[in-house]
Design a protein around this ligand. Structure first.
Ligand SMILES: O=C(O)c1ccccc1NCC(=O)[C@H](O)[C@H](O)COP(=O)(O)O
Length: 205
C-alpha cells in the first residue's frame, strides 16, 4: 500500500484537515531561510493537537545531528528527514534516537549506491525541494529495490496516477496541494488524498 505525506505544513487548520482526510505523515520545514520554514516553538502546538496515528516529520538541510535532535524534541516531532548533503554518520547518530528519512535530489537517474545510506526510508525529490519540479519517472528505477521508497517532486492530483502505479512506500507533496506558499488548498488536498485512497492504498482499506 502507498501512504501519503503532506509536507510544508505551517498552520494548525491544514494539519488537522490533512489528518482528517487520511494523510499518514505531515512534514514541517526546519530549514531557516526557506519559504515554508517554521520555528520549532511554532510547530509544537500543531504537533500536540494531532491524533496519535499521524506521523510528525521534521525536515532539515545540513543541520548538525545534535541540533536536529534538540529541535525535534522542542517541536514534538517523531521522524527526521535529512534533505541536504548529510554524511551517513549524521544519520547514524540521529537513528540512535529517531527514525530517519534521507532525501536525494535528482538531476539525473538515482544512484544505486544510495541504497546503502543508513536510513529507515529513502525519498527522491526534484532538484529544488518544494518548488513543484518533477523529473522523468525512469530516474526512480535504480532505487526500486528499496522497501521504503518515497517519491516526491512536482506531484499534483493531475500527475499522481503513474507514480501510484509504481506502488512506492509513500508519495510526498507540498506545493501541489497549496493555494499559495505556506497555505494548503483544501480542495487540492482532498483530491490528492482521495486519489491515493482510490488507488486501493488508503490507510482505511
Ligand atoms: O518544501 C520546502 O520548502 C523545502 C525546503 C527545504 C527542504 C525541503 C523542502 N521540502 C521537502 C519536501 O519533502 C517536499 O514535499 C518535496 O520537496 C516536494 O515538494 P513539491 O515538489 O513542492 O511537492
Amino acid at each position: 500500500m502507498t501512504r501519503a505525506k503532506i509536507c510544508g505544513i505551517t498552520r494548525l487548520e491544514d494539519a488537522l484537515l490533512a489528518e482528517e482526510l487520511g494523510a499518514w505523515a505531515l512534514g514541517f520545514i526546519l530549514a531557516p531561510g526557506t519559504k515554508r520554514y517554521v520555528e520549532p516553538e511554532h510547530i509544537r502546538p500543531i504537533a500536540e493537537a494531532l491524533g496519535p496515528f499521524v506521523v510528525r516529520v521534521g525536515v532539515f538541510v545540513d543541520t548538525p545531528p545534535e541540533v536536529v535532535l534538540e529541535q525535534m524534541q522542542t517541536a514534538r516531532l517523531q521522524v527526521a528527514q535529512l534533505h541536504g548533503s548529510e554524511p551517513p554518520e549524521w544519520a547514524e547518530h540521529i537513528r540512535r534516537f529517531l527514525p530517519v528519512i534521507k532525501a536525494f535530489k535528482l538531476s539525473g537517474p538515482a544512484q544505486p549506491e544510495w541504497l546503502s545510506y543508513p536510513a529507515d526510508a529513502l525519498l527522491l525529490d526534484g532538484v529544488s525541494p518544494g518548488s513543484g519540479q518533477s523529473y522523468p519517472l525512469d530516474w526512480v528505477v535504480p532505487l526500486k529495490p528499496h522497501p521504503r521508497l518515497i517519491i516526491a517532486g512536482g506531484l499534483t492530483p493531475h500527475n499522481l496516477q503513474p507514480i501510484l502505479d509504481l506502488k512506492p512506500y509513500a508519495v510526498d507533496v507540498s506545493s501541489g496541494v497549496e493555494a499559495a506558499p505556506r497555505l494548503k488548498d483544501p480542495f487540492k488536498l482532498r483530491r490528492f488524498l482521495a486519489q491515493v485512497a482510490a488507488s486501493g492504498t488508503s490507510r482505511n482499506q
